[in-house]
Ligand binder design. Structure first.
Ligand code: NAD
Ligand code: GDU
Length: 332
């Protein structure tokens, strides 16, 4: 009875592995270490280095570790990069997920939890965004995830498998106990970048556009603490094991902060007035993404513990400081 966590050497996957272990589960992590770090895999989890699209390898590790459920975090995650290298994104996020799904159904695995994204909605007509709004991604990243969602939906009808696709909004923060955090080799996320600027890893931060149709002209996002998100995965697994029907669920708090509000919070919490410059809009950025997040609460009984921007920022800053001691910071 082991959970296979693909991408468990990365940011969200390592937190999910911790949450599973904390819940008394057995975990095996599969990660090709293209972005993640071996040391980020929690001590209590088994680790296999390899690709989630390697059908033979996945089949073997399912047998070797008595895997009964999959949590699929492995993927390429940077929206603007997907605009420049779309075929790489379709390969890693869609083609490799197809191979993983094939290995899953061939091995008779009955539960699958997938890391999807608010990016599947594109530019929503209104907020908050509900799960039944149309999927009209405006980036290859969003399309690559939408296609995997559709594969899982079809596979769950044809095979004895139920799934939940969790559509994450903007994930941020770090494990409150300091056991894990974001250590991306190519940091792009706002709170991570701002934390690096506040801790001196980066010289400054750029705001990508202040001419959006929002109150202060900068983009609005729904920032969710990574530990609350990890807990939603544990609940989703219990839900599927108890026979829950396949579904998609938004993961956010249902409120948004602008880029400028986030920068103010990081300056306030850190006490550092780091330089901020204005820059051009970044391709693929919708103006506002706020989750309608009732479904995940109602169906999974999810109750967040960290819905507080200052707490999210505090944990992100603490992690950034700890990385300086480990000497594994990204180059600015
Ligand atoms: N971070 C966010 O705000 C966010 C929002 C929505 C969805 N997501 C999704 O959550 C998942 C995890 O994101 P993250 O922020 O932890 O990213 P991350 O880059 O920290 O982690 C991804 C991990 O997957 C591994 N990986 C990538 N391709 C692989 C492959 N083919 N085989 C095996 N391992 C592979 C990487 O080495 C890395 O450890 C992704 O699928 C991402 O699309 C993230
Ligand atoms: O240095 C920076 C970094 C970001 N931003 C802005 O901050 C906002 C948030 O950007 P992030 O890069 O932190 O996050 P995204 O909204 O682009 O995307 C994230 O959330 C999405 C869902 O909302 C996807 O799932 C995706 O995987 C994940 O990277 C955007 O308006 C972006 O333009 C800046 O102004 N400066």
């Amino acid at each position: 009875m082991t959970v296979l966590v693909t991408g468990g050497a990365g940011y969200i996957g390592s937190h999910a592995a911790l949450a599973l272990l904390d819940a008394g589960r057995h975990v095996v992590v599969l990660d090709n270490l293209s972005q993640g770090h071996r040391w980020a895999v929690p001590a209590g989890a088994a680790f296999v280095e390899g690709d989630c699209g390697d059908y033979e390898l996945v089949g073997k590790l399912i047998t070797d570790h008595d895997v009964t459920a999959i949590m699929h975090f492995a993927g390429s995650i940077i929206v603007p990069e997907s605009v420049v290298y779309p075929l790489d994104y379709y390969y890693n996020n869609t083609v490799n997920s197809r191979a993983l799904a094939q290995a899953t159904v061939d091995a008779g695995i009955r539960h699958f939890i997938f890391s999807s994204t608010a990016g599947v909605y594109g530019e929503p007509a209104k907020t908050p965004i509900l799960e039944d709004f149309p999927s009209k991604p405006i980036s290859p990243y969003g399309t690559s995830k939408m296609m995997t969602e559709k594969m899982l939906a079809d596979a769950s009808v044809a095979h004895d498998m139920n799934y939940v696709a969790l559509r994450y909004f903007n994930v941020a923060g770090a494990d409150p106990k300091g056991r894990a955090g974001q250590t991306s080799r190519k940091a792009t996320h706002l709170i991570k970048i701002a934390s690096q600027a506040a801790t001196g890893v980066r010289s400054h931060l750029e705001i990508y556009g202040e001419d959006y149709e929002t109150p202060d002209g900068t983009c609005i996002r729904d920032y969710i603490h990574v530990s609350d998100l990890a807990n939603a995965h544990v609940l989703a697994l219990e839900y599927l094991e108890n026979g829950g029907e396949s579904d998609v669920m938004n993961c956010g708090y249902g409120r948004g902060f602008s880029v400028k509000e986030v920068i103010s919070a990081v300056k306030e919490v850190s006490g550092v007035d780091f330089p901020v410059k204005l820059a051009e809009r970044r391709p693929g950025d919708p103006a506002a993404l706020i989750a309608g997040a009732d479904r995940v609460r109602e169906k999974l009984g999810w109750v967040p513990k960290h819905d507080d921007l200052e707490m999210i920022v505090r944990h992100a800053l603490d992690w950034e400081e700890s990385l300086k001691n480990r000497q594994v910071v990204d180059a600015a």
